[in-house]
Design a protein around this ligand. Sequence first.
Ligand code: UDP
Ligand code: MG
Length: 336
Amino acid sequence: MNPLNQSDNAQNLSLDSPFKPELSIVVPIYNEVESLPQLLEAIAQSLNNTGLTYELICVDDGSQDGSSEWLKTQTQAFPQLRAILLRRNYGQTAAMSAGFHHAQGRVIVTLDGDLQNDPADIPRLLAKLNEGYDLVSGWREKRQDAALTRLLPSKIANWLIGKIIGVKLHDYGCSLKAYRAEIAADLNLYGELHRFLPALAFIEGARITELPVRHHPRQHGRSKYGLGRTLRVMMDLFTVYFMKKFLTRPMHVFGVLGIVSSLFGIILASYLTILKLGFGQDIGDRPLLIFSVLLLLTGLQLFSFGLLAELMMRTYHESQDRPIYRVREVIQNNLN
Ligand code: UDP
Ligand code: MG
């Protein structure tokens, strides 16, 4: 049975034209030339059995290792392949976003280009999607990455995202996901936001679930990420949260912060005044106290200003309507 078939929409599944595939696979690629041959083969093998028509969109994110040249050579032999070459390295989120914009299928599946995700899991994701979800997120139950620099930070991040947004997934960061195309199209991505796709989609009303998937150690090349990204991810998370909650009433945030910070200032100042006037103590003897007040107030102010700047950034991004990537070339077999 065609795993994409759903009774309410079965009509639309028959192809409008022979050129419009049912499924779009999107793979961001940054210096993965050694993995690509095996990846293409595994994807073809996994999907040929399903009988689905599909396109494979490989977005080359400014690779310098010959990935784009290799992809170019394959478009003739592999008619489903469409290579989108970006002008430079824009980052994984931008590369995925480029893939979403070019995808023609009613369902989109994303996965990494380094063979850590297993294309053999794609049919299972599609079957799950068909149970009535808009987004199925892979869960790397046995994740094959460094424990201290990757697993621990992402455990904390997953827990936090779950708490804040209210969608409890074990593994937001897994790239292997299946989406109904309209869900992906609605999302406005920048920064490291691809990590939060399920959270963003949930805010837009998507029905979300997860499915355990395989995960393999990286065989070729190196991970493009370290601990620094976790921090950037957390900053993006704050922004998303405040954006969604408080954009309409920023004073609810900044006002409350301002009041709390002023209260602290007043309490500490009163305390010092009582010491000075009531007990005749010299408050000059307590530089630490004054220092801590300074730190507290400065910290609060920095936080508020950072947030304000982030909100403005976001407004800027959304008002610009300007892509976060530039395409150099789209290469595909003329049959497409
Ligand atoms: N990637 C990308 N642009 C970047 C960094 C990474 O397109 O600037 C791609 C990379 O080629 C891979 C995927 O994003 O297909 C995930 O990257 P990586 O395997 O380094 O991340 P990890 O698995 O360590 O989280
Ligand atoms: Mg990887």
